[in-house]
Design a protein around this ligand. Structure first.
Ligand SMILES: Nc1ncnc2c1ncn2[C@@H]1O[C@H](COP(=O)(O)OP(=O)(O)OP(=O)(O)O)[C@@H](O)[C@H]1O
Ligand SMILES: [Mg+2]
Length: 156
């Protein structure tokens, strides 16, 4: 499924809809796409919709940022600077991928086979000044969520 994101507001709206319809159980989204494609922007829209107030920065150096929200814990990873997938052992990945955590991973491809399969991947790509989001699902819950996305309200 492909969604046209005309501007930053559209990327934020996609993030908001993902937050709104995400199942309460543990859920993992991998965000792929070139530098500046909008991965952190999407995460910002999602976190705001879940009640986070304040900044959202890519945790490029710390690799993971924990948001302890009233609704559920959210872990935002940025694996851009991961040099060896084995470093993930030290992050205690099992803790993140359990209970009702929502995990968002930028540059998940850097983790190679060390990461379990996500529920959903979103690949952001440049189109002139705008972006496209290609959404793929890998679980029943991921598919359920993708069906909730209201494409016309994002693209209008
Ligand atoms: N749909 C869009 N159309 C145009 N600009 C957008 C869109 N979505 C986000 N942007 C802009 O793209 C820029 C980079 O976004 P962002 O930091 O989210 O990228 P990123 O994918 O997280 O990059 P990195 O890989 O460096 O972490 C921001 O200035 C943001 O406003
Ligand atoms: Mg980023």
């Amino acid at each position: 499924m492909r969604v046209y994101l005309a501007d930053e507001a559209a990327t934020l709206e996609l993030g908001r809809q993902l937050a709104q319809h995400c199942p309460p159980e543990q859920f993992t989204i991998h965000l792929e796409g070139d530098l500046g494609a909008g991965k952190t922007t999407l995460t910002r829209g999602l976190l705001k919709a879940l009640g986070h107030q304040g900044n959202v920065k890519s945790p490029t150096y710390t690799l993971v940022e924990h948001y302890s929200l009233s609704t559920r814990p959210v872990f935002h990873f940025d694996l851009y600077r991961l040099t060896d997938p084995e470093e993930l052992d030290y992050l205690g990945l099992d803790d993140y991928l359990s209970n009702n955590a929502l995990c968002i991973l930028e540059w998940a491809s850097q983790g190679g086979d060390y990461l379990p399969s996500p529920d959903m991947t979103i690949t952001l790509s440049y189109h002139k000044q705008a972006r496209y989001a290609e959404i793929k699902t890998f679980s029943g819950q991921g598919e359920q969520l993708s069906k909730q996305i209201n494409v016309s309200s994002i693209e209008s």
